[in-house]
Design a protein around this ligand. Sequence first.
Ligand code: HEM
Length: 183
Amino acid sequence: MDLILWCAARAAALAAFFVLAASLLTGMAIRTAYLAPLARNRAVVAVHGFLTWFWVPLVVVHVTALVLDATSRITPLDLLVPFRVNEGTGSQLAVGLGTVGLLLLVLIAATSALRRYMRPSVWRWIHRLTYPMFVIFLIHAQLAGTDFSQIAISLAAWATLGGLVALALVRAAGGRMTGIPPV
Ligand code: HEM
């Protein structure tokens, strides 16, 4: 049973990571023209919101399977308090970063749901925590993950981060990619 839970935790984590990357990409594309050759802005906004229905259950499966898996020795409290788990060989940092990422994810998701009640500037600053959160997930996955020790998966993940950073830099520089107008 623990083996099934472990496989579920890994599969869900891997999928969650790349769905979160897609969420970041579509989020950045809302105020830029990155995806203009592919889709209208309204569709990009819809996809960005729709992806929530994928990453939320994937994250829930990842952490629930780890808590239920007796071998991983993760308790519900470890989902709330970072750096409690210490099974040696750097596990404290590796798993602790997962908890930090989870807390940030909950904050970002909750404030997104409450956006209409918040000052726009406050909401925007909280939403920007998505960028460090994603980097935290990547380091967490690289340090804690089994599948991330495979060079192909690791390369795909770092290349994904590289692509997102490049887009974020273009955006920060005020650049707006030109694209074919959507049909
Ligand atoms: C919000 C969300 C989280 C995301 C997106 C996430 C993502 C990931 C990813 C991508 C991996 C690598 C999977 C692999 O290579 O096998 C991983 C592994 C792992 N995560 Fe998370 N994580 C999250 C939260 C947490 C939390 C809160 C904990 C525990 C407190 C945790 C504990 C672990 C452990 C122990 C592994 C290693 C599993 C293995 O043996 O391969 N994660 N996580």
